[in-house]
Ligand binder design. Structure first.
Ligand code: 8YV
Length: 326
């Protein structure tokens, strides 16, 4: 803010719950995107040029070029936990505070990760389509006979908040053996609590019946799961991705599904989303959902509320509740 008495100006770049955004309106002049259109980078630069704060989702890319066009910007608040759409270093260099939305979506996202695992392993989506298409003419012993989930081994890649919440479900609810791969090992106490054991990535891939990806995205993990890693997985294993689409080489996964080495896949995220690789659309035994892992009404409300509270805190000169560090 150039003057301490002036109301700050905020852009709310996508539509969100009006009653929660009203809290923002009580302390700031808010420009809404009521029709929920997605700005082009050029449109976003123009709309943000005179703003002090931004409420965004992961459809808005915040980079150095945009920041240079928005000299008054003080705070960028994303309603997501992932911050791969934001250049954190460029923000830090310009004194722009970045906040995100961890914790509030952990359990809902873990529920959905587990739902995708069950749906993929038990072929629920294919079976439902088959029934709706009127193709169910008789029961037979092998009809949609998939893989078991209970009592098997789950390998979790990325053992942060969401990975740990999935581990709890797996170990305590489904009697699974849990392996994990993470840059940092958990403490002995946390490993015991989640009944989880650390493995290198190749070890995890070779020992797991189901592999679930829940790691944060950066360029360093692009195509972490490619053809060689898929080949290291057990024959018939399941792959679930609730992280970011770019972690998986989608063409290699489609080939592994067609070839039969990968038993099933459950994907909520895609490298070019909302476009989905046609190779995946035509692949067998894959459940595809439109990036909805955190989409329960209470959780989406909590995400928006946290993003708004973060914006208000920073615009009023207080510390953010959940800053995203470099
Ligand atoms: C969002 C997510 O639904 O929080 C994240 O990082 O991926 C999801 O919870 C998605 O980013 C939409 O903005």
């Amino acid at each position: 803010m150039h003057e301490s008495t002036a109301r700050p100006r905020v852009l709310v770049a996508r539509a969100a719950f009006a009653d929660i955004l009203a809290e923002l309106e009580s302390v700031a002049d808010v420009e809404y995107t009521a029709d929920d259109h997605i700005d082009t980078p050029q449109q976003l630069r123009v709309r943000l040029a005179d703003k002090h704060g931004a409420f965004i989702t992961n459809s808005e890319r915040i980079d150095a070029e945009l920041l240079d066009a928005c000299p008054q910007l003080r705070v960028v608040s994303t309603m997501t936990v992932g911050v791969d759409h934001i250049d954190l270093a460029a923000c830090a260099a310009r004194g722009v505070v970045v906040t995100h939305a961890p914790d509030v979506l952990t359990e809902t996202t873990a529920d959905f990760g587990f739902a995708l695992l069950l749906a993929a392993a038990r072929q629920i989506a294919d079976a439902e389509r088959y029934l709706r298409e009127g193709r169910w003419v008789k029961w037979s012993y092998g009809l949609f006979a998939g893989a078991d989930v209970h009592g098997t081994t789950l390998g979790i890649v990325g053992m942060g908040r969401i990975g740990q919440a999935i581990a709890r479900r797996a170990a305590h609810g489904f009697g699974m053996r849990v392996l994990y791969h993470n840059r940092h090992r958990l403490s002995d106490a946390l490993e015991a609590q989640h009944r989880a054991a650390w493995r290198t990535l190749p070890e995890l891939l070779g020992e797991s019946d189901h592999v679930l990806l829940a790691l944060p995205y950066s360029a360093a993990v692009r195509h972490l799961i490619g053809a060689p890693q898929l080949a290291q997985m057990r024959p018939g294993a399941t792959l679930v991705n609730v992280a970011r689409g770019g972690v998986v080489d989608e063409a290699a996964l489609a080939a592994a599904l067609h070839g039969g080495h990968i038993g099933a896949a459950g994907l909520d995220v895609f490298e070019g989303e909302p476009a989905v690789n046609p190779l995946l659309l035509s692949a067998p035994r894959v459940v595809l959902t439109p990036h909805i892992a955190s989409a329960s009404v209470p959780t989406r409300r909590a995400m928006v509320k946290l993003a708004v509270d973060n914006l208000i805190a920073v615009l009023q000169g207080r510390a953010p509740l959940t800053a995203a560090g470099v």
